[in-house]
Design a protein around this ligand. Sequence first.
Ligand SMILES: [Zn+2]
Length: 177
Amino acid sequence: MPEPLMHFIVPFSVLIMCGIGIKKSAFLASLATLPDLDVLFHIHRSFSHSMLFVFLLCAPAIITATMKHSNRTYDAVIATLVILSHPFLDLFTYFTPIFWPLYNKSIYIVAEMTTNMNNVSQVHLLFDIKLKPMVFYHTISMDAPIFTSIGVAVTLVIMIGLALKHFWEGKLLRVKS
Ligand SMILES: [Zn+2]
């Protein structure tokens, strides 16, 4: 599974690209880690990874925001999309019950391309949609990484990119004024 750090940094960078401020992006992106709280109940990839469940949970917030604070509707929709990014990313790493209970199987999408270093023309493309009956089972013990080396590397590259963007934008503003 992508670790919480990856679940955070992917939507965070997208939100920043969409022009949302750093603090707000950080808050909204942190919501993407919520589906993995099912590990606290010793169940992983449970109903919290179902798009329908996430949508049903978020719908009252969207409706309330629309009825009472129309200026918050946009935030509620973005928060919902951010949380939905979690099961979407998980879908490409292991079996995820993304359409449960409408579809009672977990889905795992494998999309890989490899080559041979001795003959780069030997390209192997693997695309497979694997299905497994949905079973929520309780586990006594589970190793759950908070972050991994690749997650740290990706986060550092994105953070350095953001720092450079901030630096150049500041410099441009000084030149213009
Ligand atoms: Zn997950």
